[in-house]
Design a protein around this ligand. Structure first.
Ligand SMILES: *[C@@H]1O[C@H](CO)[C@@H](O)[C@H](O)[C@H]1NC(C)=O
Ligand SMILES: *[C@@H]1O[C@H](CO)[C@@H](O)[C@H](O)[C@H]1NC(C)=O
Ligand SMILES: *[C@@H]1O[C@H](CO)[C@@H](O)[C@H](O)[C@H]1NC(C)=O
Length: 483
């Protein structure tokens, strides 16, 4: 009898423990995530009210606070040479480019920092300078989808295979980036024949099938075929696939195409770099580039204005008080879209055809409101999704891509602009981009009082900052560091 009692008691105890264990396990999974999401929401919302063109983005305009600082060092990429075609034909030809060899996959180090809720905490310099030191393991990019092509070593959403085009160089500059790149650490991942811009020729069913796998700015996933064809068909002149369409009839041109790429960083305030910036052949700007009143520091010309429809409209909202009225308008200004949604394709088509935007958030907007009366298809360009995906995969493969934010992560608009210049100009000077001493400067050169740089999950600004340092050290970009 006593034995029976003991057995029953034992059984009940074990059952109780089991129940408690199961309860604990399920709670442990749920509770922290709920807290995290809530924190992100409130943080993000306050961030947006203060700022900013870049805070909204990715798919569906979500905003979130920054995940742990990326610890992957892009230098670890080097070593694999892409196969490239040598022949130069007059019109660009399209072919498939092989994926990068497996050895080129990035690596991360073990030094992952905990998520930080406080921006001031996360922008400490030691954190910012935390370069990856050793290549210990491949970037852990496990596929979230059950299906996976056999034999591939990367999840399908990476897509490290790109179209290839032979666009002849526009100069025979003896000292161009493309001639210097092979002898640098960047030689292995730099594709000279990646299409930087997309245009009529790319709108084929085969390309659509290939690129609609990738969402956001990395593909055509969010764009229906009809809209895509209708938009790209109007981009059917050499001005749409050449970054410097007016080069052949430019006066005072140098032997090499010299580009100034101007970010909006506070480092430019009181820099007196305006004349130097304007003396380049081409001047690139992006998003809330306020010029009026800042000419001495940032110059006055804009030949290439880079934006996505979303970032441009956010800039118009956020920086109206600071003097930003919209994209710069001048005879020499070209507009380079970073397409993120179908609204970019719709606005592009409307701008090229001088018709109101058909649908979406810009519906009934008249493109001359943004780009001036003289806008025409020849003044419009649009980044190729292969190019942006290539930048993400090979230059800015952030640790964020291993987190739940992987679908909203992309290179910042400024990063896409600087890397596009690197792929098209002969010489690149960069101004107003983030440097390791960024906390000494306000977020933007036009801020009325000091404002800290903010970090959000859709971009990895610290990783971008490290990339600019590496490109500067490699002699590929001359980065203004205020010394
Ligand atoms: C683009 O122009 C070429 C040559 O002028 C023409 O053959 C082609 O049909 C055009 N493509 C589109 C989509 O309009
Ligand atoms: C070309 O250079 C000359 C002298 O260097 C200068 O006077 C002239 O304004 C320049 N023209 C243009 C279009 O920049
Ligand atoms: C539009 O182009 C015409 C002719 O080239 C020029 O005279 C006019 O100033 C331009 N308008 C604007 C707003 O740039």
């Amino acid at each position: 009898m006593a034995l029976q009692k003991k057995l029953v008691l034992g059984f009940l105890t074990v059952s109780c423990l089991l129940c408690i264990y199961i309860l604990c396990v399920s709670l442990e999974i749920r509770v922290p995530w709920r807290m995290v999401d809530l924190a992100h929401f409130t943080q993000g919302a306050s961030g947006v009210s203060q700022d900013s063109e870049e805070r909204l983005g990715g798919d569906g305009d979500r905003w979130t606070q920054a995940p742990p600082a990326s610890t992957f060092d892009p230098q670890l990429f080097s070593g694999a040479a892409p196969h490239e075609q040598k022949s130069a034909t007059q019109a660009p030809t399209l072919k498939a480019q092989p994926p990068a060899p497996a050895g080129e996959r990035p690596a991360k180090n073990n030094n992952t920092l905990p998520p930080s809720r406080d921006v001031s905490e996360s922008s400490s310099e030691s954190d910012a300078m935390d370069n990856g030191r050793t290549a210990t393991e491949g970037l852990n990019l496990r596929p979230r989808q059950p299906t996976r092509a056999p034999g591939t070593t990367q999840p399908p959403y990476i897509g490290d295979t790109y179209a290839s085009e032979d666009i002849p160089p526009q100069t025979d500059c003896p000292d161009s980036v493309r001639k210097r790149v092979p002898s640098t650490d960047f030689g292995g991942r730099f594709l000279k024949s990646i299409p930087v811009l997309q245009w009529a020729k790319h709108a084929t069913p085969e390309q659509y099938q290939r690129l609609s796998q990738y969402p956001g700015t990395h593909g055509w996933g969010g764009v229906d075929y009809e809209t895509l064809v209708a938009t790209l068909s109007v981009l059917n002149s050499s001005a749409n696939w050449q970054m410097f369409d007016d080069w052949s009839h430019r006066r005072n041109k140098s032997q090499c195409i010299r580009c100034a790429v101007v970010g909006n960083g506070g480092i430019l305030k009181d820099s007196k770099k305006g004349t130097e910036i304007d003396s380049h052949d081409y001047v690139f700007r992006t998003n809330g580039a306020v010029i009026k009143g800042f000419e001495q520091d940032v110059g006055s010309r804009t030949t290439h204005y880079t934006f996505s429809t979303n970032t441009m409209r956010n800039s118009m909202r956020s920086y109206a008080d600071l003097g930003y009225r919209g994209p710069p308008v001048s005879e020499e200004t070209r507009y380079v879209f970073l397409p993120d949604h179908d609204r970019d394709y719709l606005l592009m088509k409307a701008a090229a055809t001088h018709t109101p935007v058909e649908r979406g958030p810009e519906r009934t907007k008249s493109p001359p409101d943004y780009f001036g009366e003289n806008v025409s298809a020849e003044k419009l360009k649009m980044y190729h999704p292969d190019f942006i995906r290539y930048l993400r995969n090979r230059f800015l493969r952030s640790h964020t891509m291993t987190t739940k934010y992987k679908n909203i992560y992309r290179p910042s608009t400024g990063a896409a602009m600087l890397l596009a210049a690197l792929h098209t100009c002969d010489q690149v000077s960069a101004y107003g981009f983030m440097t390791p001493d960024y906390s000494s400067y306000s977020d933007h050169y036009y801020d009325k009082s000091y404002r800290q740089v903010g970090f959000f999950a859709n971009h990895d600004l610290r990783m971008e900052m490290r990339l600019w340092q590496q490109l500067h050290r490699a002699g590929l970009v001359r980065l203004y560091m205020r010394q």
